[in-house]
Design a protein around this ligand. Sequence first.
Ligand code: ZN
Length: 237
Amino acid sequence: MTPLPATTRSLFHVAVVMAHPDDAEIYLGGTILAWHQMGARVHIVIATDGAKGGQLPPADLARRRVDEARAGADILGASLTLAGHGDGGLSSDMDLVAHLRSILINLAPDLVVTHAGNDYHADHRALATAVRAAASFSMPVIVCDTMMGTGFEPTHYIDTSFFADTKSAAIRCHVSQDPERFVASATLLSRFRSAQCGQPEGHAEALRFDPAYPFADIRNLLPPAPGLKPVRARGPA
Ligand SMILES: [Zn+2]
């Protein structure tokens, strides 16, 4: 008898392509940790140098943010590529698409994660468009939640309850960004996403996948969703 296929692949490669040095930790820290625990390899690509995200002179801040990004990626168990584009200046033009395409072809991931096309920051929106163009029909693209979930309709939820403290520790690596505000907002959102699954005491991160040929179903590449609560009989309504 032919054995049933495994429901979850144990070893695959994910590329997380984010605009700024702390985005992967804030938006996807729990999911990256869950992938790592599954045995998947995760590689974070940071498109910009983050030089405009603070009060320090841009060159000094860019150097500091490299160290912060490395520390955060270490906690998440991910490797890192710094693409080095200018902070606040991303445009989904052919130069960015070609650079991302060369990075992605070299990484050869099974799945690409990037920002939602309607997220709050113009760099996030530009990158979302460029990543889709770069991936084309070579690799599937899934998008992460928006800032505070605004305008985001998830298709998948990841149970990140076990990883909440480690995710917060990774966000706190970005000392130059006054990170407690992002720990607070990410925790609020992960509580809400878990509560949407009937588990307000847990944490979850939300993703959205819009299938495009030949990638119709990518569930085998995702960590587990929050468990379903048993239905209780309540008697006559
Ligand atoms: Zn960002």
